[in-house]
Design a protein around this ligand. Sequence first.
Ligand code: NAP
Length: 282
Amino acid sequence: MTVPQSPVWFITGCSTGLGRALATAVLARGHRAVVTARDPETVSDIVAEHADRALSLALDVTRPDQVRAAVEQAEAAFGRIDVLVNNAGYGYLAAVEEGEDEQIRELFDTNVFGLVDVTRAVLPGMRASRAGHIVNISSLGGLVAFGATGYYHATKFAVEGLSESLAAEVGPLGIKVTLVEPAAFRTNWSGPSMRQSAQHIDDYAATAGARRASTLATYGHQPGDPARAAEAVLRVVEAEEPPLRLLLGRVALDVMTARLDSLRDTMDAWRHLTVGTDYPEG
Ligand code: NAP
């Protein structure tokens, strides 16, 4: 069924996991979609089922030439992009001291600068139409941090701050921004997609080392269902007033509730020092 003038989605990282589930759900909903992947062969099955309103494009978000070309082709094919989903991303296991320069920079190139590049390529079209929705797939790990994933958290915290600023800037222009913050979902994230430092320092065995192992052990058993996550993203995009942030998964809710409580407790406990640092009034 083709819905005329249905929203046009542009999604990064659709070969597997959340991106693939979202592309599938968007097309099942009757919307149009530009389904991008580093290797477009990986999404040919999704697109083939809806050839009249789906376009697959090669897109490695770390390649500015491909970013520009993909956005141009999407706009040429469908006339506009209504919903951008910056989903492409991966994790990196290393204690902070174990981190390797090249791996860290590649991680930021994908998770942060890739997202920035795609966003900046799509914004002129959205501004021109005074409409659009940018959905940035962050993480529960964009709000709270644990050992062994410090560099990953750093990328997702960057996405959080950037998106909050973006929302303030583009909101008055009619463009919405939503950060999606999943807990553990059953994708390749903690399995084949995960990268790790070669270096393991013994002193971190009980902290980062233990968490490396427990993170890898979640693969295949994560509680989150990517199809349900995709449905939640659709619901948010269809909402009259979408939230700036959407947690996904019960664990995300529990962890964030505890974090807010402890943040409040710490603020209260140190309030006297905090407020004592301003110049005396008058
Ligand atoms: P996934 O199954 O590993 O999927 C990651 C996707 O990102 C793949 O399609 C991968 O493509 C793509 N990708 C990686 N680097 C790319 C690049 N340079 N250019 C374009 N695409 C690239 O894992 P996922 O869980 O669906 O991950 C999707 C997003 O959710 C990520 O941003 C991740 O950080 C976030 N997230 C996941 C979880 C979770 O538990 N699953 C939790 C919180 C946040 P290739 O096949 O080409 O590698």
